[in-house]
Design a protein around this ligand. Structure first.
Ligand code: ATP
Length: 214
């Protein structure tokens, strides 16, 4: 099975010379379709930096990263769920879910239809006409997962997607992420401080001072 991402001795430093801060170093890992991983580690251990590298949103300062299943860059094949609010306030839920499809070049009707299908697939179609301000934190994060589902990525990266949620909403968001990843046969990586969230995923990797233990 072709890996989706491979990393060899990956490093990312911020700044240069003696003021450089090495946020990630010596990371060698790979992710395959269907693999579901939690990344844990203390604050500042490098989780967000590593997720941005895996998503192709940032470039390493040393080492190698490749997306063998996607060609040179993973653009359009990676779905990202961020911590906290990420929906655009003036757009309703369906428009928020459709937006990345429109940006990717889909026609308006096609994007809307795909957005409604994604919302229906995860039981959120009753929220389609709601504005983000009308949603609970948990509902908003589930809509963010619907937005990822609509774009059908092969790699799903979630950076502390449950940080501001109560434990019941957190469980629903993580279960939805794993369901969506399974449906797409995508790899799923979830950075979390919450041991209950990590326990819902079959594999846990740990970041410690920028180094990764798989
Ligand atoms: N843009 C930046 N410029 C300089 N230093 C940065 C930058 N981004 C992150 N860092 C530093 O890199 C280190 C790793 O940060 P990172 O955000 O990756 O950790 P984290 O494990 O995700 O933390 P948290 O759990 O608090 O979100 C920290 O020391 C942080 O201060």
């Amino acid at each position: 099975m072709t890996p989706l991402v491979t990393c060899q001795e990956l490093a990312r430093a911020y700044g240069k010379g003696k003021n450089a801060l090495v946020a990630v170093h010596s990371v060698t890992c790979e992710l395959r379709p269907g693999q579901h991983v939690a990344i844990t580690g203390t604050s500042g251990s490098g989780k967000t930096t590593l997720l941005h590298l895996l998503a192709g949103l940032d470039r390493p300062t040393a080492g190698r990263i490749a997306w063998p299943a996607f060609g040179d860059r993973p653009r359009g094949r990676v779905g990202v769920v961020f911590q906290g609010p990420s929906l655009l306030p003036p757009l309703d839920v369906a428009e928020n879910v459709a937006l990345p499809l429109l940006i990717a070049g889909a026609g308006e009707a096609e994007a809307k239809e795909q957005a409604l299908l994604a919302l229906a697939a995860i039981g959120l179609d009753d929220l389609a006409g709601s504005l983000p301000e009308e949603l609970s934190g948990g509902q908003a994060q589930r809509v963010a997962v619907a937005r990822v589902l609509a774009a059908e990525p092969r790699l799903i990266i979630a950076d502390e997607p449950t940080a501001q949620l109560d434990s019941d909403s957190a469980r629903r968001v993580v279960d939805l992420l794993t369901r969506v990843a399974s449906r797409l046969d995508a790899a799923l990586v979830v950075a979390t401080h919450d041991p209950l969230v990590a326990r819902r995923l079959p594999e846990t990797w740990t970041m410690n001072d920028g180094a990764l233990t798989c």
